[in-house]
Design a protein around this ligand. Structure first.
Ligand code: ACO
Ligand SMILES: O=CC(=O)O
Ligand code: MG
Length: 535
């Protein structure tokens, strides 16, 4: 598509795409990219520098240069914006048409509309997701499922969840929009399009343009977001401070900069969220070649009560409440089933226990992955909050967390078994095949799998090979053994799926698995090579 000067849309134009890719919207995207693109590249370079230092034996600590921000007791974040005072239950999920309606109708207070962990960033998903959000705000999003014949429509506005959009992280490009010949930042693309089309629509409904910001690694990355907000607000004549953003603390470097991240975004801040799955991924990634002290047990053995996870979540609540910000809990991966009562009962019990821990620790609300989990999360938080919209007044001054606590990986109970290794291979393969098919979230063995959980699976295998780890049964994990297990697990999947086995997809998934798990060089994100495999 011919564009404005220096702007070129290279993705195909489907039905109604021109309603999203208007010249004015593209103009805003180009300004964001031109003003912030170089700094984004520098900050990604700073991530690589920090990684090098860690790989060479360095460590993480609270920053001396920002000690004054932490010591200054005077500052607070902005008061909660309309629709974000009470966040006791938040549902997350992709932005396809049916799930958009189901999530908005789910009874949750907030819907995290996901362009990130639960989404494959196919061009069609990105543009149609934006259309669905806009149509939802215009109440023109009715949908009929061709297969089941079931029709979907929104409930009354007062009953709908508040929309909070999660754009892609700073590491991802949107290759279908070139600005001055370069692919633009995926983060700025998702943020800018939603802001352009929906900020005023949201304000007209008495809410606002709200975001969840993923995978940040430093307060300087938060400053970049804050600058993006100011550029966009100024461009549309929306007052500064209208946007609100909740930052996911889901990388271990960010855990050392929580207070500074809140400070950078203070006029736009809506708090912090404990993104546990990417946090685990980050711990593995950052210390991947540092030997036994940094090797975690197999994925399913790690719980939120591991000392380093408790240190991080408790520090998050304390930090937020000290600054008047919401602290939002994370995702228990257990998925309910409408077909299997035993699975359903177990999921409800596990989620209830998870939410009980979070609400008891002082979190103001939490995430669920499925509409059937909304009531249980609400019930647990109702029990603690009662009529209060949140518990920000609970300061948790009893919490004392040191750098050593955040880094105490080796105290995590649990082991690494052959079954755990096989599970990582199986889950990574199934997830990659699903992702390549265009769906970024899927239930596998009754657990929710998305980009974050799949990153853990493949990174553990990489780390175990690199560090010559042995299983509890006494066998050393080598590349050759993983290759054997890969063949065996693939054969089992093929048997199980029968006619439904999609040979080309699984062939692609195997190639990708080898690239992100068996290569000497570690891929920073599996989604980067996976995205390259799309036209
Ligand atoms: C690490 C993190 O970042 S966590 C956050 C990112 N991950 C997510 O957001 C995952 C969100 N969850 C999901 O995508 C889904 O629940 C899955 C893929 C795990 C399971 O989905 P399904 O296999 O369709 O579940 P199931 O068949 O039980 O769904 C029942 C109904 O609930 C709907 N539903 C399930 N999950 C959601 C959701 N998160 N949002 C809206 N609707 C949903 C389904 O669309 C289906 O609707 P229907 O009865 O009208 O057809
Ligand atoms: O985004 C959430 C996470 O746990 O990762
Ligand atoms: Mg995440």
């Amino acid at each position: 598509m011919a564009g404005l000067d220096g702007i070129e849309v290279t993705g195909p134009l489907g039905d109604r795409y021109e309603e999203i890719l208007t010249p004015e919207a593209l103009g805003l995207l180009a300004s964001l990219q031109r003003e912030l693109g170089a700094r984004r590249r520098e900050l990604l370079g700073a991530r690589a520098d920090r990684q090098r230092a860690l790989s060479e034996g360095g460590t993480l600590d609270f920053l001396p240069e920002t000690a004054d921000v932490r010591a200054d007791d005077a500052w607070r974040v902005a008061d909660p914006a309309p629709g974000l005072e009470d966040r006791r239950v938040e549902i997350t999920g992709p932005t396809d048409r049916k799930m958009t309606i189901n999530a908005l109708n789910s009874g949750a207070k907030v819907w995290l509309a996901d362009f990130e962990d639960a989404n494959t960033p196919l061009w069609t998903n990105m543009i149609e997701g934006q259309l669905n959000l806009r149509d939802a705000l215009d109440r023109s999003i009715d949908f009929t499922d061709d297969k089941s014949g079931k029709s979907y429509a929104l409930k009354d506005d007062a009953e709908l969840a508040t929309i909070v959009v999660r754009p892609r992280g700073w590491h991802l490009d949107e290759k279908h929009l070139l600005v001055d010949g370069e692919p633009m930042s995926g983060s700025l693309f998702d943020f800018g399009l939603y802001f352009f089309h929906c900020a005023r629509r949201q304000l007209a409904k008495g809410k606002g343009p709200y975001y969840y910001l993923p995978k940040m690694e430093s307060h300087l990355e938060a400053r970049l977001w804050n600058d993006a907000f100011n550029i966009a607000q100024d461009a549309l004549g929306v007052p500064r401070g209208t946007i609100r953003a909740t930052v996911l603390i889901e990388t271990i470097p960010a855990a050392f900069e929580m207070e500074e991240i809140l400070y950078e975004l203070r006029d736009h801040s809506a708090g912090l969220n404990a993104g546990r799955w990417d946090y685990l991924f980050s711990v593995i990634k950052k210390f991947r070649d540092r030997g036994a002290d940094f090797v975690l047990p197999e994925r399913n053995a790690i719980t939120m009560t591991a000392p380093f996870m408790r240190a991080y979540t408790e520090l998050l609540v304390r930090t937020c409440h000290k600054r008047g910000a919401h602290a939002i809990g994370g995702m228990a991966a257990f998925i309910p089933s409408r077909r299997d009562e035993r699975v359903n009962k177990m999921a409800l019990e596990k989620v209830r226990a998870d939410k009980a821990r979070e609400s008891g620790d002082g979190f103001d609300g939490s995430w669920v992955a499925h509409p059937d989990l909304v009531p249980v999360c609400r019930e647990v938080f109702d029990g603690v909050l009662g009529d209060r919209p949140n518990q920000r007044e609970r300061l948790r001054e009893d919490v004392r967390v040191t750098a050593a606590d955040l880094l105490d990986i080796k105290a995590t109970p649990g082991e690494i078994t052959e079954a755990g290794l096989r599970n990582n291979i199986d889950v990574a393969l199934r997830y990659l095949a699903t992702w390549l098919d265009g769906a970024g979230a899927v239930a596998i063995h009754n657990l929710m799998e998305d980009a974050a959980t799949a990153e853990i699976s493949r990174s553990q295998v990489w780390q175990w090979i690199r560090n010559g780890v042995s299983t509890a049964e006494g066998r050393k994990i080598t590349r050759e053994w993983v290759e054997e297990l890969l063949d065996e697990e693939l054969a089992k999947i093929k048997d199980e799926l029968g006619q439904a086995y999609n040979e080309p997809r699984y062939d692609q998934a195997v190639t990708l698995f080898k690239e992100v798990t068996l290569a000497d060089e570690y891929s920073e994100f599996l989604t980067i090579p996976a995205y390259q495999s799309f036209p």
